[in-house]
Design a binder for this molecule. Structure first.
Ligand SMILES: C[S@@+](CC[C@H](N)C(=O)[O-])C[C@H]1O[C@@H](n2cnc3c(N)ncnc32)[C@H](O)[C@@H]1O
Length: 114
């Protein structure tokens, strides 16, 4: 197991992976600030910078676990081509999964009810 800070570029450079799952909560950017708690926001890594570092040093095949408020247009605008899956659990919108790189099977936004 490797423990470290995802913002540490020197660490990212040492990692190898086929797929990277990004599951760090609380990185609500300005557009979505009203949904997050103030203290947590201050600790937030920069999502675009981080994903671009992951693409550069580890893998372009990335899954981002995202809060339900962050829609397809937002991700497409900040990170480019993606598959944005709204996850509904018992018909209630719970979260979104956003896929990049070769993980994209159906570009664009759609939803799944579990
Ligand atoms: C929702 S949990 C992830 C759970 C994990 N996917 C699993 O299935 O066990 C979020 C994790 O992100 C970690 N985290 C928060 N900020 C971080 C950072 N800057 N660098 C690395 N990990 C961080 C937290 O310590 C926490 O363990």
């Amino acid at each position: 197991m490797i423990l470290g800070d995802v913002r540490d570029v020197s660490l990212l450079k040492t990692l190898e992976a086929d797929v990277v799952i990004y599951d760090i909560p609380y990185w609500y950017p300005q557009k979505y600030r009203k949904y997050g708690a103030q203290g947590e926001q201050r600790e937030n890594p920069d999502l675009v910078g981080l994903v671009n570092n992951v693409r550069k040093f580890i893998s372009k095949d990335i899954v981002v676990f995202a809060p339900k408020e962050m829609d397809y247009e937002y991700f497409k605008n900040i990170l480019g081509k993606c598959e944005h899956v709204e996850i509904f659990i018992n018909n209630k919108h719970d979260r979104n999964y956003v896929l990049f790189g070769d993980l994209i099977k159906k570009a664009g936004g759609h939803s799944v009810n579990l």
